[in-house]
Design a protein around this ligand. Structure first.
Ligand SMILES: Cc1ncc(COP(=O)(O)O)c(C=O)c1O
Length: 431
């Protein structure tokens, strides 16, 4: 991280009774070369961070160092490069475990992202012909109604495979989940409860701590989708009633195509592997095989070693910048955006109460979000428009597609002002 120590005054670092030091956003931005460009003649304002964050030089340097000096396949080699690559890969695992608060009884499995991790869980619990089966006909899976398709469709498939029932914990008309509603749904047959730490389509931040605890008390295996929470407000799996948690590297300043499933060893051990083959076996005959211990057992084939190293470098970067400072900064940007957008006539913000998220999602009377997004792009402002892979939630809220701006540590209040002015002008033109 080189000169990162210059970015924050250590004397002013956050403690329980001292304020959090503000980020030096302009110095930080210099670490993200992609941001220093003009789009359609205007400086890029990248506000699509819920889809993918940009990655800093620190992450790129860690990956390049591996590719230039240590690249080799892991675990199987006795030669020096293979040993170095193995050490770097296992070091990345240890870093990421620390990052999410994993304790001794936890393990972390590398995946290609949150989608991959959640498929590993849903398929791993619903494999047919495995004794004792985790999910049986008549069992119940509860999934919240806030979910990205990645934490819904795999459960639909799992329920179908096993004859289990899929029940949705429906949010209210504002998109809020309620503990009492979950209490009413839980039965002795509830085997799984899956929930997001932050709804990507609306920015709703459910009280996941309490909801997970309630489901766990009722005997369910609990699954948390932390894709939108890994980069800020990072859940601490060590203190949650959470068996398994999934997150993506590319949403936390890391490389694309990376992710992790972290969880209690006992829960991970229940998962039937998704990928059978090299590196995940103990011994193999022509007729059968026995499988390796965790985590190798769930990581068949050659993993994305540079990606794992980059993802760990991203976690280190976040910690060096300072989690509390990042959380405060993105919450400030969101509050500013919510306030500025709320002043625009005929514009409705979703999840207005979600002050802890970094997302503002809105609809405008009589105007299609794609048109707003296109006009914003003409001013160099990148936002996302559509259903955000959460079509059931958007429909449940009685909304069509939305425009979504989402913030990261490198965004500025000036960019928020440009967003609000751009939206106001777009609505004038489109109406
Ligand atoms: C809440 C949530 N879950 C899951 C995903 C899927 O993540 P990935 O595409 O990295 O697998 C996303 C991506 O936007 C998301 O926002």
């Amino acid at each position: 991280m080189g000169d990162m120590h210059l970015l924050l005054d250590p004397a002013a670092a956050a403690t329980a009774d001292r304020p959090v030091a503000a980020l030096d956003v302009h110095t930080l931005r210099a670490r993200f070369p992609v941001l220093a460009q003009r789009i359609n003649g205007a400086p890029l304002a990248y506000l699509d961070n819920a889809a993918t964050t940009q990655t800093p030089l620190d992450v790129l340097a860690a990956m390049t160092a591996f590719e230039q000096h240590d690249r080799a396949n892991i675990h199987r080699g006795v030669h020096t490069l293979s040993q170095r690559a193995t050490d770097a890969f296992e070091g990345a695992r240890a870093t990421l475990k620390r990052f999410v608060g994993a304790r001794q009884g936890h393990e972390l499995v590398f995946t290609s992202g949150t989608t991959d991790a959640l498929n590993l869980v849903a398929q791993g619990l619903s494999s047919i012909g495995v004794e004792p089966a985790f999910l049986r006909p008549g069992d119940q899976i509860i999934v919240s109604g806030l979910e990205h398709h990645a934490n819904l469709v795999p459960w639909q498939q799992a329920a179908r495979r096993c004859g289990a029932t899929l029940t949705i914990l429906r949010p209210d008309a504002q998109g809020q989940l309620h503990r009492d509603d979950l209490a009413r749904l839980l039965t002795p047959r509830t085997r799984v409860f899956a929930l997001t730490a932050c709804a990507n389509a609306t920015g709703t931040r459910p009280a996941y701590e309490a909801l997970l605890a309630l489901a766990a008390d009722a005997g369910a295996l609990t699954v948390l989708d932390a894709a939108q929470a890994a980069a800020h407000g990072t859940p601490d799996i060590g203190t949650l009633a959470c068996d398994l948690m999934a997150f993506s590297g590319h949403k936390m300043y890391g490389p694309m195509g990376t992710g992790a499933l972290v969880g209690r060893r006992a829960a991970l051990e229940r998962l039937v592997p998704l990928r059978f083959g090299g590196d995940m076996v103990q011994w193999v005959s022509y007729d059968e095989a026995s499988f390796a211990e965790l985590p190798a057992r769930l990581e068949g084939g050659t993993p994305n070693v540079a990606g794992a190293i980059g993802m760990a470098a991203a976690a280190v970067f976040i910690d060096q910048v300072g989690r509390a400072a990042i959380d405060e900064h993105v919450a400030g940007l969101r509050a500013h955006a919510a306030q500025a957008l709320a002043r625009i006539d005929g514009l409705t913000l979703l999840a207005t109460e979600s002050t802890e998220s970094a997302i503002v999602s809105f609809v405008a009377d009589g105007v299609h979000p794609h048109d707003i997004g296109t006009l914003l792009d003409e001013r160099g402002i990148a936002v996302r428009t559509g259903h955000h892979c959460a079509q059931p939630l958007i429909e449940h809220l009685g909304r069509g597609p939305t425009t979504r701006a989402s913030f990261a540590l490198y965004n500025t209040h000036d960019e928020v002002e440009r967003l609000a002015a751009g939206v106001a002008d777009a609505l004038r033109v489109l109406r």
